[in-house]
Design a protein around this ligand. Structure first.
Ligand code: FBP
Length: 251
């Protein structure tokens, strides 16, 4: 495993707590612990997450060197969009790699909407981000989400596979995908990722057992880890589900 990825992995598996939803979805998604950023940092720390995903403003306010020395690695999401856009999706950069590093990040994140009419712009932005991050010794995670009017539900599973290959070719260390829908497809994503690693996104909150089944299936398929938000901190007791996930990942 690349040295830059090591802080995010324990026994070859990574568990990221994702908390960039206030930007992406607005306050409607900030339910339960999600209303309090300091409680999210505490959950990530005491829950034993291997990484916390924040936009830069939250990192400025809530992620201090004190947190870092307690071994919680930070990944700063460099781009984002609101859910108000009706045109083809494009997530603009709002933070530089150098500034993310200054804030204590050991990795940076970037979303590419594969299939969007604006995908070329995102490839260009990502190319610069990837080169700069690797130059500065940071790991790179791409959120590879097929989206746009050409992306139909029928095409989505195959485009998820296409996105994984694209992530590898673009130089991402970690490729974050949504569940492509079956165990077989998940296994194919792992194979296609090559030396890059597949990180599964959590998605909208679902019943606890259903979510844990998804975690079991993903681990069996060989994914390297999870980056989950709503399925953890929107629950009544996020610490309880955290322990259940850890049992599956690390036992
Ligand atoms: P969840 O586990 O809550 O799905 O979070 C993963 C994530 O990729 C977040 O990082 C991001 O804010 C959100 O999903 C984006 O979701 P979408 O693009 O589907 O609106």
């Amino acid at each position: 495993m690349k040295n830059t990825l090591k802080p995010f992995f324990k026994n070859n598996k990574a568990l990221f707590l994702a908390y960039d939803h206030g930007f992406e979805h607005g306050p409607k998604d900030l339910i339960g612990l999600g209303t309090r950023p300091e409680a999210i940092v505490d959950l990530a720390l005491r829950g034993g997450y291997t990484g916390l995903i924040l936009q830069k403003g939250l990192a400025e306010h809530y992620y201090s060197r004190k947190v870092q020395t307690k071994q919680l690695s930070l990944i700063i999401k460099l781009n984002g969009k609101t859910n108000l856009l009706t045109e083809e999706p494009y997530a603009a950069l709002n933070c530089s790699v150098a500034y993310a590093k200054k804030l204590g990040a050991q990795a940076v994140g970037y979303t590419i909407y594969l299939g969007s009419e604006k995908e070329a712009q995102m490839f260009e932005d990502f190319g610069k981000v990837e080169e700069e991050a690797h130059r500065l010794g940071l790991a790179v995670m791409v959120w590879m989400y097929p989206r746009g009017k050409k992306v139909t539900p029928e095409l989505l599973p195959q485009l998820t596979l296409y996105g994984v290959r694209l992530g590898l070719e673009l130089g991402a260390d970690l490729i974050k995908i949504k569940d492509p829908g079956s165990f077989e497809l998940l296994k194919q994503t792992v194979e296609l990722a090559g030396d890059s690693k597949i990180i599964l996104s959590g998605g909208e909150k679902i019943a606890e057992e259903e979510f844990l089944d998804l975690v079991r299936k993903s681990v069996k398929a060989g994914v390297a880890g999870l980056a989950v938000g709503r399925n953890i901190w929107q629950r009544e007791n996020p610490f309880v589900i955290t322990e259940e996930i850890k049992k599956i990942l690390w036992n």
